[in-house]
Design a protein around this ligand. Structure first.
Ligand code: PMP
Length: 439
């Protein structure tokens, strides 16, 4: 007998529903590096929840801050009024904004999720172009296999075709993805191949006309496509081409923000400065839903103080700057700072890399990728059943006490940034056993 509740009424995300109903796993508690399921089975969290619990689970400082805030000011809107904690949180974020002070990405807009951050950034980009007299620039360029959440804007510019097949689109075009080029062939860190695919931006600009393009949006490191790292120089080329044609560059850092790559943001890791950065997830350590968009002063000033600032634009969410989310976020930033978590990934990156690449000779393994505290192991598909082998590995790992994430035939790993070398050894040991035994 288990403590499994009735599973009929609650709808899981469309695709996940079937797999879940076939083999339900219900997580009931969490502490530090571990989840506990409804039957008391402990699993190590190899995924930081869903790339979000960067400081580990159950951080008391965050809980206490949220509880205090709930008792003081549970909710207040940020329309026509405000509350101090939203400004305080924005100021704290501005101080660690992507790219450091020189990048000037210190104008912060609060949202309620990654998807909302993406919708917000797309609208800011198009509205900014219009505000500076470039009103024909309404198209956005995304990337094949890019993931930008599930809003209509996000699925239009997103390149995971299944996510948008049945929905209408805003004008969007897609860069060819570096996933199409030969695999990294176990190169450690940034891949050796594919930088030339950045030139695909020139092709799309020529095809559609620069005067129709407001922005290009990419994940600096594609997460949902199965952890695809940009080749050295790729993002630099996108920046240069975008600049040449008056196109804004948006980095979707919903996954890479807040220390995942061993720097506060991917913007810092790559040293390439975009015009807008979307974040969520690690912003509140996954606790209270919240997102934030960082905008450059250029974009902010063009939009808010330019000659066409009176454009008929309304944008903002009921929960923009939610006081309780801000309280969670402020405490999260304290924890990140006190524990040095925004740069901890850099200290552990080599250990992590060596540990993952020790699996190179296991059966089925086609590629291993890593950067900061992100990892991916790509498995060969079982004949005629894409994704089946990786899914079996996921199920077996869970049974043996390790939570991983699989997308198709790719295993994605992103442990909380509090992970120790002992945890890493455990992750790799369980994975190695399970992969070796997989049919
Ligand atoms: N952008 C990226 C790069 C993401 O990885 C995600 C979520 N995985 C999103 C946007 C959407 O975030 P949310 O699910 O919070 O709406």
């Amino acid at each position: 007998k288990t403590n499994m509740p009735v599973l009929d009424n609650f709808w899981m995300p469309f695709t996940a529903n079937r797999q879940f109903k076939a083999a339900p796993r219900l997580l009931a508690g969490a502490e530090g590096m571990y989840y506990t399921d409804v039957d008391g089975h402990r699993v190590m969290d190899g995924t930081a929840g869903l790339w979000c619990v960067n400081a580990g689970h159950g951080r008391r400082q965050i809980t206490d801050s949220v509880t205090r805030q709930l008792a003081t000011l549970d909710f207040a809107p940020t329309f026509q009024m405000g509350h101090p904690i939203a400004f305080e949180f924005a100021e704290r974020l501005a101080a660690i904004a992507p790219g450091g002070p020189a990048a000037g990405l210190d104008r912060v807009f609060f949202t309620g999720s990654g998807s909302e951050s993406v919708e917000t950034a797309l609208k800011i980009a198009i509205a900014y172009q219009r505000a500076i007299g470039q009103g024909t620039r309404t198209r956005v360029i995304g990337r094949e296999k890019g993931y930008h959440g599930v809003g209509f804007g996000g699925i239009s510019v997103g390149g995971l075709v299944n996510n948008r097949r049945v929905f209408p689109q805003i004008p969007a075009a897609h860069l060819r993805h570096t996933l199409d080029i030969p695999r990294n062939a176990f190169s450690k860190g940034l891949p050796r191949h594919g930088v030339e695919l950045a030139e695909d931006l020139e092709r799309l600009v020529a095809l559609h006309g620069a005067e129709t393009i407001a922005a290009v949006i990419v994940e600096p490191m594609s997460g949902s496509a199965g952890v695809v790292l940009p080749p050295k120089g790729y993002l630099e080329r996108l920046r240069a081409i975008a600049d040449q044609h008056g196109i804004l560059l948006i980095f979707d850092e919903v996954i890479t923000g807040f220390g995942r790559l061993g720097t506060p943001f991917a913007t810092d890791y790559f040293g390439v400065v975009p015009d807008l950065v979307t974040t969520a997830k690690g912003l509140t350590n996954g606790t209270i839903p919240m997102g934030a968009v960082f905008a450059s002063r250029k974009v902010y000033d063009g939009l808010m103080t330019g000659p066409e600032q009176q454009i008929e634009l309304f944008h903002g969410y009921t929960y923009s700057g939610h006081p309780v989310a801000c309280a969670a976020g402020l405490a999260t930033l304290d924890v990140y700072a006190e524990d040095g978590l925004l740069t901890r990934g850099a200290e552990l990156a080599t250990y992590w890399q060596d540990a993952l690449h020790s699996l190179v000779d296991r059966p089925h393994v086609l590629d291993i990728r890593n950067l900061g505290l992100v990892g991916a192991i790509e498995l060969a598909a079982r004949d005629g059943a894409p994704g089946a082998r990786a899914y079996d590995v996921f199920v077996d790992c869970f049974r043996k006490g390790l939570l991983i994430r699989v997308t198709g035939d790719i295993i994605a790993l992103s442990p909380p940034l509090i992970v120790t070398t002992d945890h890493i050894d455990t992750i790799v040991s369980i994975l190695g056993d399970v992969i070796t035994r997989a049919a």
